[in-house]
Design a protein around this ligand. Structure first.
Ligand code: TXA
Ligand code: MG
Length: 342
């Protein structure tokens, strides 16, 4: 298949991409979190093509992307909790799990009775949904098991020849996937995947927040996470990632001790960069700027993946505060939960 790559898409490009979605095609598009790989959520055959293009297990459900929060009513049972969340955080990097209506094919929700709803804020995503007049089912646009795509170049590397269109809207703003919430009461929500809408922001707005165990811990073989995707060794580069848990000084000392080994690469904070003399080191941002670190993480993992001699990546274990929790969760998963105390 020939993939059309449309850079800085104009309105007429977006209308063309919307028409391709209406005909059952696949379109990758930018959002404020990561790039998505979209198909009509009302067309079971089109949604099936997403699973094939990504190599994604069919029991892993897709998120429905809508233009307006109130459109959720057509596809799900909306609740006062959803309305409150929507009024505070939509459009934006938030996904809410609701009971699904019959119009949504069960292949889209991996056979679950619930459906994930998100209203992206990115203008290209918003217009694509509007012009298609469809709910767009979209997982992240990476090949299954690879880090999510935060630039069109990543999407081209994974999806060229597999899908109809790639819309290039530049680098994703946040760089990690949306926060996924399961409402469990009028004000109670459970975080299934942490993101830019943080626990602290929810608490500040009067929500009672709990964390699904899968956010911070490895589940046993017989345990099931509430978000099926959280069980896969996700976000993972080819090399083995090992997270170092200790003070900044001890982490730096440990990294310096292995910096002569050409098979080891280092992800560090800006503050440690001047002290590490190796070509295989990249900073993801200041220790005090989790937002920048989130923005750069996946691109950094992909950069090291292109260097074939690298077998191991050492990185500091991030703090769990605010946006740090999303970074902590993705880095733990990239590492397959391998943490070394130093
Ligand atoms: O930021 C994002 O959410 C990006 C952009 C493209 O919108 N999308 C994204 O999709 O990250 P994906 O498919 O890579 O991750 C969706 C996650 C998976 O872990 C999946 O298991 C979970 O959402 N999920 C989807 N529907 C669900 C449901 N009904 N119940 C529980 N978890 C669900
Ligand atoms: Mg994904």
């Amino acid at each position: 298949m020939k993939t059309q790559i449309l850079r800085d898409p104009t309105d007429s490009d977006l209308k063309l991409a919307a028409a391709i979605l209406q005909r059952g095609g696949l379109v990758a598009f930018p959002t404020e979190t990561v790039y998505g790989l979209g198909a009509s959520a009302l067309d079971a055959d089109a949604a099936a093509k997403i699973f094939a293009a990504k190599g994604r297990p069919s029991d892993n459900p897709l998120i429905l992307h809508l233009a307006h929060p109130q459109d959720a009513e057509k596809y799900a049972q909306i609740t006062p909790c959803y309305q409150k969340l929507a009024s505070l955080f939509m459009p934006g990097p938030l996904t809410v799990i609701l009971e699904k209506k019959n119009v949504v094919p069960s292949s889209v929700t991996g056979g679950l009775p619930t459906v994930a709803i998100r209203v992206p804020a990115h203008p290209i995503a918003h217009k694509l949904i509007e012009y298609s007049a469809l709910p767009i089912a979209a997982p992240s646009a990476n090949l299954s098991g690879k880090p999510s795509c935060t630039t069109a170049e990543h999407v081209i590397a994974d999806m060229n020849g597999r899908i109809d269109v790639i819309l290039d809207g530049g680098a994703s703003d946040f760089g990690l996937e949306s926060t996924i919430l399961l409402p469990t009461g009028e004000r109670e929500v459970k975080v299934l995947r942490p993101g830019a809408i943080t626990v602290e922001m929810l608490v500040e707005n009067g929500f009672i927040v709990s964390l699904d165990k899968a956010v911070t811990e490895k589940l046993k073989d017989d345990e099931k996470p509430l978000a099926p995707g959280m069980k896969y060794r996700h976000y993972a580069p080819r090399a083995q990632v090992i997270l170092l848990d200790g003070s900044p000084d001890r982490i730096l000392a440990y990294m310096k001790g292995c910096s002569k080994d050409p098979s080891i690469a280092f992800i560090c904070y800006e503050e440690a960069l001047p002290f590490l003399e190796t070509p295989n080191v990249l900073s993801i941002g200041s220790e005090n700027d989790a937002r920048m670190c989130a923005h750069r993480l996946f691109a950094t993992l992909r950069t090291f993946d292109e260097r074939n001699a690298i077998a191991t990546i050492l990185a500091p274990l991030p703090s769990k505060a605010d946006i740090g929790l999303a970074l902590y969760n993705r880095m733990l998963k990239a590492a397959g939960y391998t943490v070394l105390k130093v």
